[in-house]
Design a binder for this molecule. Sequence first.
Ligand SMILES: [Zn+2]
Length: 359
Amino acid sequence: MDEDCSRRGESQAPTFALSPHEATINVRQSMTAICQSCEVAQATVTDKCDDPVEPYLLCGSCHARLKARSLRPLEWYNLAKRHGWYQYFLHDDFYDDDGTAWQPEADVIEAERFPIPDFASVCSNPETLLDWSITRWHLRDQEFLAWSIFSPDTKLRVLSNRFSATANSGIRSLILEIIGKTGDASNVAFVRYAWREYPENISLGSLVHASATCLPFEEGFERAISALASLEPSQRRNSMYCLGYFGSPAGLDWIEKNCSQPITESWGYLAAMCRPSWARLTAWLSRGRPLSLVAIDTLEAIARLRTPLLKERRVRLEQAPSFTELEAVLREYECRDPVPRVQKKVSGLLGNFERITNT
Ligand SMILES: [Zn+2]
């Protein structure tokens, strides 16, 4: 067994050669802090390699294993719950989300003696459930169901305390994702607080998700489109999907005002989440490019559901047409805009009539 983990409170000299730029000895912290990885030995190393604001605090042995990608599962878990699994030295090229090292540069010592907790042991306590949630590559139904069981007050207390205690944007965004999926109007003050912190260390997508769930519609939507307006065009295109969380035709209005080249499929993905009606899409087809291309992509998004968000939102076309009407409108547009992109997509749409019209 590793000595750092067997001698509670004893500091071990680092066994890994530290370069001055990647690690420093922090004497003051070593007097008080426990290693964030083994949670047994004293921390003697402060390493800012992955996060200069919230560095790793480690004993020498855990630090050596971190750098050799040879942490044991529980050691990986204890770091991932504090810093996020996406940090370079913890990410999914090097570890599975059960903490198994994929490509260790040193032997992983007695890995079987240090497993990560199982879900059943963490799910009934909101603090340990949050730790677990932070270590997951993706949250699944079991995590959201567990969160939904806690009282709103308990959940809000735990999530807001952790949110305000960290500058880690990944952890903050995950907390907002949990609020977005399981929260309600009782979280309104917390979400407004998060907006006051934006854009520092918060992703717009997760913040808008929580806003769509917890804020009055007008307030949440206005905050979202104001934030989008402040972004550079390329950033705006990458982030605009967040309006889909509102599931409102107001998103279609926004597209009409803001649609611009390049017309990537992301415009259609967003429109599909905004409850488009056949009447709205035929109007876009009549107006020609760029909205006509967005209309085609919207129908394709509904037919194919290519993204997890499209599947989750169960998007559908409102006031769906008959096949005869759909074919007539699409063929007429195809004649006006006879380019390969349009011809190929029209053929595909007519072949997926049932999916488009949910019949
Ligand atoms: Zn340690």
